[in-house]
Design a protein around this ligand. Structure first.
Ligand code: AP5
Length: 222
């Protein structure tokens, strides 16, 4: 039997990682681990970690490596051997990429595939300014391209829709700069390892999904 895959989904803020992750999880039986979601849960619960993370997240800065690496180490170490993994939003720096290799290596696993969703900056800014998210299930909507049937209410579970505190124009602008400086270069790290596939994310969601499905075929376990 093929080993359980470890798949990374990367791309700048607003590229559609969260939108597409829901499909990948369902279609390929992967566990979705999004460091942004884990950090937002910690912020909402006002834990020590959450209070620290909020200071960085509200400005659009990265939370320090030692914090996010420890957070992820906890999740990865409790992963059953046969569980496929979809990592969303990690790694975001070279130090995180190196730490991930070390964590997976201890479990006799490695990164199987890196899905890098590429979208031009002006499109990202527009998407994030119109984004609304379900407080209950996390489904992202968009005022322009994917409006909910009833304004302010999730189509799937009736949950309240909200706008993220880091979707302000200043924070978005900083998040995009931070992505360019810190995260975009690690695509090269994965290209060197032969695991990177770049996906055109500036097309309708169904077409992005089809491109992701095609990229998944070599690692899909059924
Ligand atoms: P995180 O939660 O990971 O956010 P992000 O990377 O900024 O990405 P987003 O969630 O904003 O965008 P997305 O790509 O998921 O887009 P979505 O599908 O919603 O991180 C947040 C913060 O946490 C970071 O800034 C940092 O502070 C901290 N953090 C997290 N991980 C960290 C780490 N490892 N190290 C350090 N700090 C960390 O789509 C966006 C919008 O576009 C939606 O409205 C959607 O409906 C629409 N849309 C999606 N696809 C399409 C399409 N194809 N066509 C038209 N519209 C579309």
């Amino acid at each position: 039997m093929a080993p359980a895959p470890t798949v990374l989904i990367m791309g700048p803020p607003g590229a559609g990682k969260g939108t597409q992750a829901a499909h990948l999880v369902e279609a390929y039986g992967l566990r979705h681990v999004a460091t942004g979601d884990l950090l937002r849960e910690a912020v909402a619960s006002e834990t020590e970690l959450g209070l620290l993370a909020k200071r960085y997240m509200d400005k659009g800065d990265l939370v320090p490596d030692e914090v996010t690496i420890d957070l992820l180490r906890e999740v990865v170490s409790s992963l059953p051997d046969d569980a496929g993994l979809l990592l969303d939003g990690f790694p975001r720096t070279r130090a995180q990429a190196v730490a991930l290799d070390e964590m997976l290596g201890r479990l006799d696993r490695d990164v199987s595939l890196v899905l890098d969703i590429c979208v031009p900056k002006d499109v990202l800014v527009e998407r994030l300014s119109g984004r609304w998210i379900c407080r209950t299930c996390g489904t992202p909507y968009n005022a322009a391209t994917r409006p909910p049937r009833v304004p302010g209410v999730c189509d799937l579970d009736g949950g309240e829709l909200y706008q993220r505190s880091d979707d302000t124009s200043d924070a978005v602008s900083n998040r995009l700069d931070v992505y360019e400086q810190e995260t975009a270069p690690i695509a090269g790290y994965y290209r060197d390892h032969g695991t990177l596939v770049q996906i055109d994310g500036d097309q309708p969601p169904a077409e992005v999904r089809a491109a992701l499905d095609a990229a998944m075929q070599p690692v899909a376990t059924g």
